[in-house]
Ligand binder design. Sequence first.
Ligand code: ADP
Length: 616
Amino acid sequence: MKKRLRILGNIVIILAITIVSILNYRELRSKLIQSNENYLANITSFFDRALSHNIEKSGSNDDFATIDENEESSQTEITDQRSTENSNVTQELLEQTIGLTFETFNVLTSDLRITVMDETGKVLADSNFPGDKLNNHRARPEVWGVISGEESHSNVRFSNTESVERLYFSARSTHDNMIVRAAVLMDFLSNAASTITLSGFIIGVATLVLFNLVLHLLFKKQDKHQADLEKVLIKLESGDLSARMEEDRNTFANYRKFAENFNQTVTNFEHDFNEMQAGRAWLEEMVNSLMEPLVVVNNDLQVVFANKYAKTLFNRDIDPIENPYPFVLLTHEDKLDDLCQQVLNNGKTVRKEFKLQVTGRYNAFQVMLSPIDVDHVVVLFNDISAEYEARELRSSFVANVTHELKTPLTSIRGFVETLRNRNNTAPEQVNNFLEIIDIEAARLERLINDILRLSDIERLNNDSEMEDFDLVELLDECLVQLDDQASEKQINLIPSDDPTFLPVKANRDRIKQVLLNLLENAIKYHRKKGNIWIDLKRKGRFVTIKVKDDGYGFDEQSAKRVFERFYRVDKSRSRMLGGTGLGLSIVKHIALLYDGEASVKSIPDKGSTFKVMLKI
Ligand code: ADP
């Protein structure tokens, strides 16, 4: 583009120079012609005066006058005849005068031609040719002009006689029967004009070439700077902030200043950028180290940032900074998208609980959505699964307790009502009813005691009333206590022979509760005739109590739940046997209180093995 402009500019300038040169040439030529006309006018006038002088000097003025008179009065043929008659004198005189004129003017120009004609155009003498060899010149414009009455007439034309171009100037002589014509070569004039014009043209073109050269050098510098700038910009664009422009000392001051300013700006930017990067890295590190999932969602409801924990928890490896993905793909919860939109619309922080699917399970989260700016929302997921579970457990416990309490109470009230309304009830019937009321009341009492026991254990971090005692002895005590129950069902209680003495330090009643609950269950959930094996073992700081029976047993699904509050494998059997559904739950919580655990292995109709580990 720039090159094309330059070429076009050069063409226009050359055209302008050419036009100016042509105009100049024409102007110069016409000026030269004009000045040469004056010069020729001087020559003719000089010739006239020289002729007068020569005539006077030669004393043949009269003869000359005679010629004039004769010529004035005669017919054309006669005049020609007379002229020829006087031609010897006249010719000589004329040639003398021409010679004199030449002597005077030849200093200036050697190509001068002087022609003397009579008033008819007949050549009397010529400086370059013998007069008689030339034809009548009346047809020549410069001659005809004078013949037709003008004082003088000039003309530029091609001479057929000489085959050259000349400027002719004819003037009437004071000797009025003669016409004097002086001529100079035009090529001299033209050459002069051409030389001057050509010089001008050459100077113009040379100036143009010089100008172009300067321009080229300037553009070369500019192009170099531009290329340098482009290279630096490309590097900066690709992230290389170390790129700088060359600060050339030998270049123009404004370029150098520009490069210095540019480099300073980039240096400042690099510094700010590095600081920002460091800040960002720090912030990212901080956000990533958060043990709570955090994501940023844009106004297209796409995740544009997720911290490390969010990626792990929601099982999403994709980096949303490079590949944003829909928020709903992370949470699988449309309502969270709606909340996001709501926060984006009104710019207010919102908190709400959600159960969200995370790697293979559902967790409860307190989700907080806060606007960062008009286009982004930061979403923080606070995992409240434990709290949520406890809450759920509490409310289901309350519901269960209510239900468990209601059943015996309803039964008691029902029988009391019956007794009150039936006055004539048989005494055996009354006793029967009172018996049932007593059983239900005992069940109520057991239930309340178990609930109190459980809440008592749950409240504690460490057990109270610790004492040293022999666990084998405690087991014997329990076996004696349950002997009747076991004998009734023909069940053998078989404690292991080893150890015979196992000293422990714990709350004796609490450990007795564990043994009684396990043994009572083993007897209760057993058909008639069978065995129960009891094994006590110390392993390091832990003591393991193992109670194995060959009773009803239960499946794997129930095995996972038997330690839950109020869970019963067979509800009606448990109720019938006076169970509260809290016995195993109490065992588990006592184990937890002693940094241990409770577990079970059971096979339906084959029996169960309960194992409790206690740090006692
Ligand atoms: P419950 O008061 O009903 O006995 P537990 O918490 O002690 O409550 O036991 C929970 C349930 O586990 C029982 O209802 C019973 O179905 C089952 N279970 C406990 N021990 C045994 C066992 N040794 N054999 C078979 N089932 C048992």
